[in-house]
Ligand binder design. Structure first.
Ligand SMILES: [Zn+2]
Length: 374
């Protein structure tokens, strides 16, 4: 059964209903002009948008291996356009540029595809401009809007689109997808699912060979704090900052490739400056998200240690082998209440960092607190 599904589609797990509808439209050659992909981030909306964009252009049903599919996947296909918010909004100039682009014939493919991320960020003027395009869509254009908040969009725009719902994937489903379809070991899948928080991030983590090493380091923090106390708090906060910087550096290497591909696809011709600018804005946002994700993972690992310590105290055993190895003696010496307190502090720090608190200070305060207990 799986072998009959083209490559671009069989990567989409846990979204059978959405995939079924889209594949049926493709099979009957009745792909609409506008779709609204509704669902939380990281569950497969973006891969589904790429699969649809590839399928209407690929000569082999979205095979996933040909040059066309490869370009769509790398986001370097000249007829597949990605639109996202600039400074928090999608503005009318972006929609005007889209309209102009949509009116031209495809450059190298059969269909021009416009993938609009966070469509709820279309401001009213942009929404109205898009509505005009959707009312009389050019015959060779396909619009895919993605959102997790359709209620924040202009109802007239929503009603012009065919809505496809993507279901949220829970912890258990993410673990199941990782273990059964990606060959990830159970322990590691459970960690990636909780540290990543969504399927896309969990998948990335479980395939990152250095992730396990980093986890081991995070799990050693409580012991280092117990041994060296407050003097290690500042250096641990520094280590975490370095780790975040390194993650952003790795991202920048990938972004550089994308900039190069972009230049190859569009050249430096007139009118490409706006596209370059948009790419730059998206890259900055990705960098922020990557930094955030690093903190998220560190805090998840720390919380796992303290939760493991609590479990060990109650004689229930550690949740997994890696945590058990990291617990050591200090998990036995501190009072239970201090573990509960530590978990609360970690959660508070996570919330503060997600609200853009200054990372260095927030981490130092957390480590100082964790170093003072026990
Ligand atoms: Zn293909």
């Amino acid at each position: 059964m799986k072998t009959t599904t083209p490559g671009m589609w069989n990567r989409l797990l846990g979204q059978e209903a959405a995939v079924g509808v889209l594949r049926a439209s493709l099979a009957s050659d009745r792909v609409g002009h506008a779709y609204l992909f509704v669902g939380p981030r990281g569950v497969g909306r973006a891969p589904a948008a790429l699969a649809l964009a590839a399928s209407v252009n690929c000569l082999d049903d979205g095979c996933g291996t040909c040059a066309i599919c490869a370009k769509v996947l790398r986001r370097s296909h000249a007829d597949v356009h990605h639109i996202s918010a600039e400074g928090g909004q999608i503005v009318v100039d972006q929609v005007r540029a889209l309209r102009e682009e949509a009116s031209r014939a495809p450059f190298e493919g059969r269909m021009k595809v416009f993938i609009i991320d966070e469509a709820e960020r279309l401001n009213p003027a942009a929404g109205n401009a898009l509505l005009k395009v959707l009312e009389e869509p050019p015959s060779s254009a396909l619009f895919i809007l993605m959102t997790d908040a359709p209620d924040d969009m202009l109802p007239t725009v929503v009603s012009r689109c065919r809505r496809i719902d993507f279901v949220p994937l829970g912890f258990t489903e993410i673990v199941e997808i990782l273990t059964q379809h990606h060959g990830v070991a159970e322990d590691r899948a459970a960690w990636a699912a909780s540290a990543g928080g969504n399927l896309a991030a969990a998948l990335r983590l479980s395939k990152d060979p250095a992730a396990e090493e980093r986890r081991e380091r995070h799990l050693s923090y409580p012991e280092r704090l117990a041994r060296a106390g407050l003097s290690s708090a500042i250096s641990l906060a520094g280590e975490v900052r370095v780790e975040a910087d390194e993650a952003v550096d790795r991202l920048k290497v990938r972004q550089k490739d994308e900039i190069k591909e972009h230049a190859e696809a569009y050249g430096e011709a007139r009118g490409t400056a706006a596209a370059r600018k948009r790419l730059e804005v998206r890259h900055k946002r990705e960098a922020r998200r990557t930094e955030q994700q690093t903190y998220e993972i560190v805090l998840t690992d720390l919380a796992a240690w303290y939760r493991g310590a609590l479990l060990a105290r109650h004689g229930d055993g550690a949740p997994d082998a890696q945590i058990e190895a990291a617990l050591g003696d200090c998990a036995l010496s501190a009072p239970t209440t201090s573990f509960v307190d530590a978990l609360e502090r970690i959660e508070a720090t996570r919330v503060a960092l997600s609200r853009n608190a200054q990372a260095g200070l927030a981490l130092e305060a957390l480590f100082m607190h964790l170093g003072s207990i026990g």
